[in-house]
Design a protein around this ligand. Structure first.
Ligand SMILES: *Cc1c(COP(=O)(O)O)cnc(C)c1O
Length: 426
C-alpha cells in the first residue's frame, strides 16, 4: 500500500491528496529552514540537560513539602540555561498560562505601580487578571493601575505613543508575542528586542515581561536573549512538547523569579517547596521533544496557509510571511465553512475522532464558538486543534499537531470536508 492508498483509507480523496502534494512541493525550502531551527534548538535543550547532569534520579516522584526535590530544581536549571536566564520557575502547581502570567504580574507589581501594555490589548484571560474587566482579586483591586498603547493601523509599534505613556509609576510592561485571537501580526523576537531596548532607554528599571505563549522554539532565540526580564508560558503549549500534562513556566532574572516563587507558594517558602507528584519524566521528556514538536506544528500552519490561500481564503499570517508563533488564522467567510473545517480537524484526531464539533454558547463569549480537538491532554493546544467565534470574518484559528504528519492529515481532512460540503471545488 502506498501513501495515497493509506490516505484513501483515512477518508482523503485522490483529488484532495494530489492538491496537497502540489502545494507541498513548493514548501520544501521553508520546511528545510524550520528543520534547521529545530536542530539548533534541540542542541540548546540537550546542552542544558548535559550541563545540569540530568540523571535517572531527576525523574523520581516527590510528595508532601517536596524539600530537596532535585528533579524539580534541576528542571528549573535546564529551563534557565536553555532560555539563557538567571533563574526559572517551572511547576505543575502553575496550572496554566494565565496562572503563570498572573503570578509574574502580581509578584512584581505593588499598590501604586502601573502596568503598561505597549502592544495593544492583552490576551482575553488577562483582562480579568489586570482588572480591565472588573474582576474579584484583580490587580486593579490591589491598587495597581493599567494603561495601554495600541499598535498602529499597519500593525507596527507606536513608539512615540509609548514614550508618552511611560510615567514615574510605570513599573512593568507586558509584551505579548503571539497575536492570540486578534488579527494583529505576531511580533518577532527581533521586534520585541527593539521594543525592550526602547523602553529600557527611557527608564532602565522598568521590568519587561513577555507573554511567550505559542512562541517557544519557533525561532533560534527567545525574548530572554533580547533583554526581557521575564518570559512566561504554558506547558500544554510548545515547551511541554505534548507530554507535560499540566504546568507553566516563568524564566527571568533572579530578582523577578524569586518574587514569583514567593507569590506562588508563600513569603518565606518560595522555590524550596512544591512536590513534583511524579510528573518529572513528562516535563523533561516533553521539553526534550519540544523543538521538533514545535517544528511539526509550524509546518502544519504553513501548509494550511498555502492550501487555503490558493483556494482564495485570506490567511493570517499569509502563505509566505515569516513565522513567530504556531497560530494560523483562516478566514472562511461562513459558518458552514467553519463547521466543515472543524469537522475535518476532529475527524483526523487520534482521540475522539468520531464526534462532530458544533457551535455552542461558551461562557464568557458574545458569539457561539466552535472548537475541534481530539487531544491526549485535555485542552492542550500544542496538539492539533481549531476553534473560532461564529462571527465575521468567520475565521478559524488553527494550531498544533504533535507530528507534522498528523497536522498534514488534519488539514487535508478539513479540505476533504469542505469539498464534500460543496464549499470548495478543486
Ligand atoms: C494560551 C495563551 C495564554 C494563556 O492561556 P491559558 O489557557 O491560561 O494557558 C496567554 N496568552 C496567550 C497569548 C496565549 O496564547
Amino acid at each position: 500500500m502506498d501513501n495515497m492508498q493509506m490516505y484513501a483509507q483515512l477518508g482523503i480523496s485522490e483529488k484532495v491528496y494530489r492538491f496537497g502534494e502540489e502545494v507541498l512541493a513548493s514548501l520544501r525550502e521553508r520546511f528545510d529552514a524550520i528543520d534547521s531551527t529545530a536542530e539548533y534548538n534541540q542542541g540548546k535543550v540537550i546542552a542544558a540537560m548535559q550541563k545540569n547532569r540530568v540523571n535517572a534520579g531527576c525523574f523520581a516522584g516527590t510528595t508532601g513539602y517536596g524539600y530537596n526535590d532535585t528533579g524539580r530544581d534541576t528542571l528549573e536549571r535546564v529551563y534557565a540555561d536553555t532560555f539563557h536566564t538567571e533563574a526559572a520557575l517551572v511547576r505543575p502547581s502553575i496550572v496554566c498560562g494565565t496562572h503563570a502570567l498572573a503570578v509574574a504580574l502580581s509578584a512584581n507589581l505593588l499598590p501604586g505601580d502601573e502596568l503598561l501594555s505597549p502592544v495593544g490589548r492583552p490576551y482575553d484571560t488577562l483582562e480579568e487578571v489586570i482588572g480591565i474587566r472588573k474582576s474579584t482579586c484583580s490587580l486593579a483591586e490591589y491598587g495597581v493601575t493599567y494603561d495601554e498603547v495600541a499598535l498602529l493601523p499597519d500593525g507596527s509599534i507606536d513608539y512615540e505613543g509609548i514614550r508618552a505613556k511611560i510615567k514615574p509609576q510605570t513599573k512593568m510592561v507586558t509584551i505579548q508575542r503571539s497575536k492570540g485571537y486578534a488579527t494583529r501580526p505576531t511580533l518577532s523576537v527581533q521586534q520585541i528586542g527593539e521594543l525592550i531596548a526602547f523602553i529600557k532607554g527611557i527608564r532602565s528599571d522598568i521590568i519587561c515581561m513577555v507573554d511567550n505563549c505559542y512562541g517557544e522554539f519557533v525561532e533560534p532565540i527567545e525574548p530572554s536573549d533580547m533583554g526581557a526580564d521575564m518570559i512566561v508560558g504554558s506547558l500544554i503549549k510548545n515547551p511541554g512538547g505534548g507530554l507535560a500534562p499540566i504546568g507553566g513556566y516563568i524564566c527571568g532574572t533572579a530578582k523577578c523569579v524569586e518574587r514569583c516563587a514567593y507569590r506562588l507558594s508563600a513569603p518565606g517558602l518560595g522555590q524550596e517547596v512544591g512536590a513534583n507528584l511524579g510528573l518529572m519524566t513528562s516535563l523533561y521528556q516533553g521539553f526534550f521533544l519540544a523543538p521538533t514538536v514545535t517544528a511539526g506544528a509550524l509546518k502544519g500552519a504553513i501548509f494550511a496557509a498555502n492550501i487555503y490561500e490558493k483556494l482564495g481564503y485570506r490567511c493570517v499570517p499569509n502563505s509566505t510571511e515569516s513565522r513567530h508563533d504556531i497560530i494560523q488564522a483562516v478566514e472562511l467567510g461562513s459558518e458552514e465553512a467553519m463547521v466543515a473545517f472543524c469537522a475535518g480537524i476532529q475527524a483526523a484526531a487520534p482521540v475522539d475522532s468520531y464526534v462532530t464539533p458544533v457551535p455552542w454558547a461558551m461562557p464568557g463569549y458574545d458569539n457561539d464558538v466552535i472548537m475541534a480537538a481530539g487531544a491526549f491532554i485535555q485542552g492542550s493546544s500544542i496538539e492539533l486543534s481549531a476553534d473560532g467565534p461564529i462571527r465575521e470574518p468567520f475565521a478559524v484559528y488553527f494550531q498544533g499537531g504533535l507530528t507534522w504528519y498528523h497536522a498534514k492529515l488534519g488539514i487535508l481532512m478539513s479540505l476533504q470536508k469542505m469539498v464534500e460540503a460543496g464549499l470548495v471545488t478543486l
